[in-house]
Write a protein that binds this ligand. Structure first.
Ligand SMILES: [Zn+2]
Length: 166
């Protein structure tokens, strides 16, 4: 089957869908009206399904900025993977005497907080127990293996024995 034939079948399927035809009508039209073998039709449909299931990693390009207590603000180009929250930064090795106050990633009108522990994942909002023991929205690293997430668990475990030892 040639490329043109495949494209023609795709076009017929799209046209059928656009006209609100159901699957049976589309199959009938293609196989009987256009005399296309059902085997070929199935082959094209299989291709189309595979294409639509291809996991696409969506990334956006933006700027990674770190803010230091000395007043230094350092920005560099970075890429964010929207499905994993992982940041790819062009390596910037800066010697700064100071404490990191804030890190964020910006693209378009969005500003996303970056994890201050691993520095390569953005924070995401989840529901859970906050540090002050209230329940509600809190920000955690999007990387489940990040050290900051372990702290979260160990702090909770530390509280346990204290209550027991009376
Ligand atoms: Zn992290």
């Amino acid at each position: 089957m040639t490329r043109q034939e495949r494209d023609k079948i795709r076009e017929l399927i799209a046209k059928g869908i656009a006209h609100g035809h159901d699957n049976e009508e589309i199959i009938f039209d293609i196989t009987l009206e256009h005399k296309i073998s059902p085997v070929i039709l199935i082959d094209v449909i299989r291709d189309m399904m595979e294409e639509s299931h291809k996991p696409e990693t969506k990334t956006v390009r933006g700027t990674f900025t770190s803010v230091w207590d000395t007043g230094a603000v350092i920005s560099s180009a970075a890429e964010l993977n929207l499905s994993t929250g992982e940041l790819t930064t062009e390596t910037v090795d800066v010697d700064i005497d100071g404490v990191l106050k804030d890190e964020y990633f910006e693209y378009g009108d969005e500003r996303l907080q970056v994890c201050l522990t691993c520095h390569n994942h953005i924070l995401k909002t989840v529901m859970g127990d906050r540090a002050d023991c209230s329940y509600g929205e809190l920000q955690v690293c999007s990387d489940p293996t990040c050290e900051s997430r372990e702290e979260e668990v160990s702090t909770r475990n530390d509280l346990g024995p204290e209550e027991d030892s009376k």
